[in-house]
Design a protein around this ligand. Sequence first.
Ligand SMILES: Nc1nc2c(ncn2[C@@H]2O[C@H](COP(=O)(O)OP(=O)(O)OP(=O)(O)O)[C@@H](O)[C@H]2O)c(=O)[nH]1
Ligand SMILES: [Mg+2]
Length: 454
Amino acid sequence: MSVVKSSLSKYQEDKLLPLLGHVRLHLLYKASVHGFTAAAFHGRCDRQGPTVIVAYNAAGFAFGAYTSRDYTQGGEAVHDNMAFLYSIRAGADKTLIVKGISGQNNFTDGATGPNFGGLLFLHEDKPALQSNPGTGFNFQGAEMHGGDLNLTELEVYRVEALEALLVNPWRKMQWTAERRQELKQSIIDYKPDIKTVHQARVLMVGPVGAGKSSFFNSINSAFRGNMTSQAIAGTGGTSVTTQFRTYTIKAGKGGETIPLVLCDTMGLEENAGLNTDDLVNIFKGHVIDRYQFSTNAPLAEDAPGYKKQATLNDVIHCVAYVIDTDKVSILSEKIMDKLVLIRKKANQLGIPQIVLLTKVDEACSHVAGDLKNLYRSVYVQQKARQLSGSLGIPLNNMVPVKNYCEDLELELETDILLFMAVEKMLNYADNFFENQVSHDQGRNDVPDIYRSND
Ligand SMILES: Nc1nc2c(ncn2[C@@H]2O[C@H](COP(=O)(O)OP(=O)(O)OP(=O)(O)O)[C@@H](O)[C@H]2O)c(=O)[nH]1
Ligand SMILES: [Mg+2]
């Protein structure tokens, strides 16, 4: 995915930032990239906390609105005494700032484009503005936008307080080359607790575009020592991955295979995507590599892709839910229901589960600037806590990572986070093996619970 670039000029940024205090701006939405529609705006900007809109027109104005409140599409008229409109124009003496009219509401939290009464952006899902001075805010149209109601661009930024870094990180980290080497070696040396099992099989499950395939590519790159992109990753309306894939990884080109198999699945969607019955088949080791998922019907027992005699080598030993950090607050009810159901099935089979919180670089500008800020980012910690609460997975099973996507070279910090995620997966796979203690060590067949059809 190409990085979405801000259209703010240095001049405009220098004028805008002082209006907002000691803050950093994080671009959430850019209409020319994500679409000039209310739905595209809400999809990226709902529940993001304080935001500022920047609209641009051909008359040379950069203008918009700040609110300290969330967009939620709750349909309410919102009073926000922090909200204001502003306009920046090169050559103008000073920036125009317009506070709300006392006693009036400042915006309507509906499903339309952002509606600040006096200014309604994305009018009729077009690059257009509706200007109604006197509604909520009093201003002269000529001063605000020069009377040009066609937008050449519209951006929304999350306004992040610069203090939003914890003094004490919530996880202690060592960002050294020795630590990277130690983690890498411990993974290479890993041996499952059951003699007949040679590799830990970890399954990645999560919404479309969360970064499942990229995680495998990143781990593969970190072990090989150079960038690889064996799994197809990218963005589409629906899941880019349509086959079940089981990937092995080599420690260096031509090196030994590491004791981890990463299984990649099709993304979860509200009404389509990965079928939860197929997932249970995968948990139980019945699905072969390259099985083409069908969203209509799960794999039938008599189909060619169905492996009848699954052994402990074939079953899943740990599940990793892969979730985009920035999307935690906007996971739909249907996706949450699916995740809860998957979690229930995994619990029934005694499979330990962790969460990979991806795209931490996109989620927080402090982290984008320096990955070492990861465990000091208040935003990332909040998202981890929020997801931990809603899925009922303890906070210490939340593992934030950054995948290699646009990078040309490996980075120490990225590698360390990736290796830590794998270390966690292997520790949890061990818990799975420990749960099989009553199982005869010399045997390789699955526990009885795997034979029931629940
Ligand atoms: N900035 C950033 N981008 C990421 C990260 N992980 C993935 N991406 C991007 O997100 C997009 C989707 O990544 P994929 O790995 O294809 O996601 P997926 O979960 O396999 O998606 P489906 O197969 O469609 O379900 C790609 O454009 C990646 O480059 C990350 O950690 N940081
Ligand atoms: Mg994929």
